[in-house]
Design a protein around this ligand. Structure first.
Ligand SMILES: [Zn+2]
Length: 133
């Protein structure tokens, strides 16, 4: 039985193709991870999340001049219940990607504010506990 003379080179070309594809995929995934870390959950950097104090629903809000003081209007309920949030990254909250917390100071109440899930004290510009406090 005659052997195809270019059999070996064909296989090598296929292997090279697979390696290139895998490398491209790795770069794409790496780039996505970096992007989401910078923007915070894949939302543009000029958009922050605000939370409804009544329903707990999160809304993206574009940061722009003229927004006025909080609370802002919830587009779903029509009530002024949207406040900026801090994220609790303590223990279980951190493992689940953080728990949004409206600080007491935003609703004109005394600090400290506590995470409703884990009871951890949440401060303004709360830092991730894994980053060292
Ligand atoms: Zn928490």
């Amino acid at each position: 039985m005659a052997r195809a003379t270019d059999g070996t080179s064909m296989t090598e070309n296929v292997k090279k193709g697979i390696v290139i594809t895998v490398a491209a995929a790795a770069v794409a995934v790496g780039g996505y991870v970096v992007y989401t870390n910078v923007a915070g959950g894949g939302i543009p950097a000029n958009v922050r999340q605000v939370m409804c104090s009544e329903t707990g629903a999160l809304f993206p809000e574009e940061m722009q001049p003229g927004l006025g003081e909080y609370p802002h209007k919830n587009p779903k309920t029509g009530k002024n219940t949207l406040y900026p949030i801090e994220w609790c990254f303590n223990g279980e909250c951190g493992k689940k990607g953080g728990t949004p917390v409206i600080l007491n100071t935003q609703v004109k109440q005394k600090e400290p504010s506590y995470c409703p899930k884990c009871g951890y004290v949440v401060r303004f510009h709360n830092v991730r506990t894994d980053a060292g406090e």
